[in-house]
Write a protein that binds this ligand. Structure first.
Ligand code: ATP
Length: 438
């Protein structure tokens, strides 16, 4: 089939499948911003499906299917480059001569598969159509490089694996905690969310396949996004490195120390390569760094960063679970909830002076919340350690919003002139849905 005919066929086939039968998500892409909408995020978190949800919404708003031009560039039959990308627009015009392109909605999935797509998108945006939506998986599509090539023309909406509220929706769990059955079901759902994480496909698949799917995800990230990109001949040190960062989650991590460990085992890998790899893991959304809070926020951050991982399930399939994991999984889950809820004005840190506090949430110049995460406060020593850390951070920052998140405990602690609220993580997650913190 001539390429233009194939494109027409793909456009029409897609339109006929609408509306897509998928679960709704919390993130909702704007459809009237007159900006190019981009959706970065970790592999398989649901970026393409988010485009489908936007299309469903357009249909309910009265936009006809014919106005939707959706194309998935990850199709072997479609080899695009700068010379033939225009065929897409020609195909659409021939299909719908009565619809001016400026009234159409263009959804380009996996656009990074086309060579020189940036110039094409820029040209279409400037001359033809302001409704453009893009997703892409590899790191070239992610924030920094993308915003350089399309500077000032994009709005970026990060997608993540499912939040706990979304997880409940996907698994059909009633989120009303007030009925006794509701509460039991929620606690069950939270337990499995904590270990399996929130990738949509993993959530929807039978438990027989969850682990296998997650291993596959990790394999692709490791080989495609890290090893192939850096043309590393021996993948083992990188694998070891990632596992070490994973194991050390929630604790300050020294890349230099891991480098020395590898060296003492006779493994040859450059220190700079490890620094590049850790930066790359951040740009593919595998790990998130967390810096130490400094009173003067203009001061360069010192101290090792802590790392958190995009998904608890991914961590579980990579490491043999160990007993201290419960606390780490809980803290990672809280980090992800905070990270996905941050506005552009918000910053997140950890606090460490004599004592530690897990999270310091800063909005503009003000510290708005201090959070400790602790599986249980039953042990007396643990309880006083958590409270002392919170109080030291409160004194240092002047913040009075103090929270301890636990697996199941709930109380109010009066400490000096402060009230510390203790809440189960799952309740806090349901109460503070994305973009409503604190
Ligand atoms: N809202 C949803 N409802 C139902 N299934 C979903 C939803 N979001 C994602 N999925 C499922 O999860 C898988 C990955 O989704 P999707 O392809 O949208 O992710 P992606 O981030 O675009 O992936 P990639 O990084 O490979 O491009 C698919 O099997 C999809 O069906």
């Amino acid at each position: 089939m001539v390429k233009k005919e194939l494109i027409k066929q793909l456009i029409v086939d897609f339109q006929q499948e609408l509306p897509a039968k998928v679960f709704s998500r919390e993130l909702c892409l704007p459809t009237d911003s007159d900006k190019i909408i981009t959706v970065p995020g970790v592999r398989r978190c649901g970026k393409s499906t988010l485009l489908l949800l936007s299309i469903n919404r357009l249909l309910t708003e009265g936009i006809s299917r014919e106005h939707i031009l959706f194309l998935n560039f990850d199709d072997e039959r479609l080899q695009f480059n700068a010379d033939n990308l225009d065929e897409i627009l020609q195909a659409y015009r021939e299909l719908y001569p009565h619809i001016p392109l400026r009234d159409a909605y263009l959804f380009f999935d996996e656009i990074q598969m086309a060579q020189d797509w940036e110039q094409f998108v820029r040209r279409v945006y400037e001359r033809e159509c302001k409704h453009i939506f893009l997703t892409g998986s590899n790191s070239r599509m992610l924030s920094s490089e993308l915003s350089t090539s399309l500077r000032g023309r994009t709005l970026q909406y990060e997608e993540f694996p499912l939040s706990f509220t979304e997880y409940c929706r996907f698994t059909g769990t009633d989120v009303n905690p007030h009925s006794s059955t509701g509460q039991a079901a929620l606690i069950n759902a939270f337990q499995s969310y904590l270990v399996n994480g929130g990738f949509p496909e993993v959530t929807l698949s039978s438990s027989l396949y969850k682990e296998r799917i997650l291993q596959e995800y990790f394999f692709v990230m490791l080989y495609k996004d890290l090893i192939e990109r850096y043309e590393i001949r021996n993948p083992e040190p990188i694998r070891y490195f990632i596992k070490r960062v994973m194991a050390n989650l929630t604790k300050p991590t020294s890349v230099n120390r891991i480098y020395n460990e590898l060296k003492s085992q006779g493994v040859s890998i450059g220190k700079n390569t490890l620094y590049e790899v850790i930066t790359q893991t951040e740009s593919i959304y595998l790990f998130f760094p967390l810096c130490r809070y400094e009173k003067s926020l203009v001061k360069e951050n010192t101290g090792d960063k802590k790392y958190y991982c995009i998904d608890n399930g991914l961590r579980r399939v990579l490491l043999n679970p160990i007993s201290e994991d419960k606390g780490k999984l809980l803290e990672n889950c809280v980090f992800l909830h905070l990270r996905r809820s941050l506005s552009l004005l918000d910053k997140l840190y950890y606090f460490k002076q004599r004592q530690e506090c897990d999270f310091v949430l800063v909005r503009g110049d003000e510290t708005v919340q201090l959070i400790q995460v602790c599986y249980s406060l039953e042990d007396r020593q643990t309880r006083s350690r958590e409270i002392d850390g919170l109080m030291e951070a409160a004194q240092y920052t002047g913040c009075r919003q103090l929270l301890i998140l636990t697996y199941a405990e709930e109380e109010e602690i009066l400490q000096e002139t402060h009230t510390i609220s203790v809440r189960p993580v799952w309740k806090w997650m349901l109460e503070t849905q994305a973009l409503s913190l604190p």
